[in-house]
Write a protein that binds this ligand. Structure first.
Ligand SMILES: Cc1cc2nc3c(=O)[nH]c(=O)nc-3n(C[C@H](O)[C@H](O)[C@H](O)COP(=O)(O)O)c2cc1C
Length: 149
């Protein structure tokens, strides 16, 4: 909840799930999240559309995504493994979680975050692509020399 949010509306909610039966049910509704049953915990991140800046869906998603990334970073700082399990915008997954958690109509489930003790430690990595970085204008690909930055 330290993440930035548009106009400081903080529209996020977090459903903390530790019950193995509930983790099993979550797995049934998330085709790419079956392994959540092996995690100790799943945090379902939801957003309150009524609370988001201007009630705009895009702000809601951006705000919740910032909170989700913080959650992932915090987990890794604690030596935990975590994985973002996509929910929104897949309507069938949204509906599934709406029913499972008996969510009010204004609460939109955005993602599940599986958290657990990692079975292996992988070295830090980057997916840095120079061609995805643009200097001054889109087409100017030349990176400045280090002493020019
Ligand atoms: C919006 C979003 C949805 C995602 N959904 C899933 C998912 O359902 N299952 C999964 O295993 N990983 C999911 N991921 C994780 C990505 O697959 C993963 O971050 C990406 O493949 C890069 O892998 P890395 O983060 O291990 O480098 C999701 C990530 C994002 C941002």
């Amino acid at each position: 909840m330290a993440a930035p949010s548009a106009a400081g509306k903080d529209p996020w909610h977090f459903i903390v799930v530790r019950d193995p039966d509930m983790l099993q049910k979550i797995a049934e509704g998330l085709p790419h999240g079956k392994f959540v049953t092996e995690a100790g915990l799943c945090i379902v991140v939801c957003g309150d559309v009524e609370r988001a800046h201007g009630r705009e869906l895009s702000y809601l998603i951006q705000d919740c995504s910032a909170a989700i990334e913080n959650l992932l970073l915090a987990a890794s700082m604690l030596g935990l493994g975590s994985c973002w399990l996509g929910v929104h915008p897949r309507e069938e997954r949204v509906q599934f979680l709406r029913t499972l958690f008996e969510l009010p109509p204004n609460i939109l489930p955005i993602s599940g975050i599986a958290v657990g003790w990692p079975s292996q430690h992988v070295p830090p990595r980057t997916r840095y692509r120079q061609d995805a970085v643009h200097f001054e204008k889109w087409l100017a690909q030349q990176a400045p020399a280090k002493n020019e930055i």
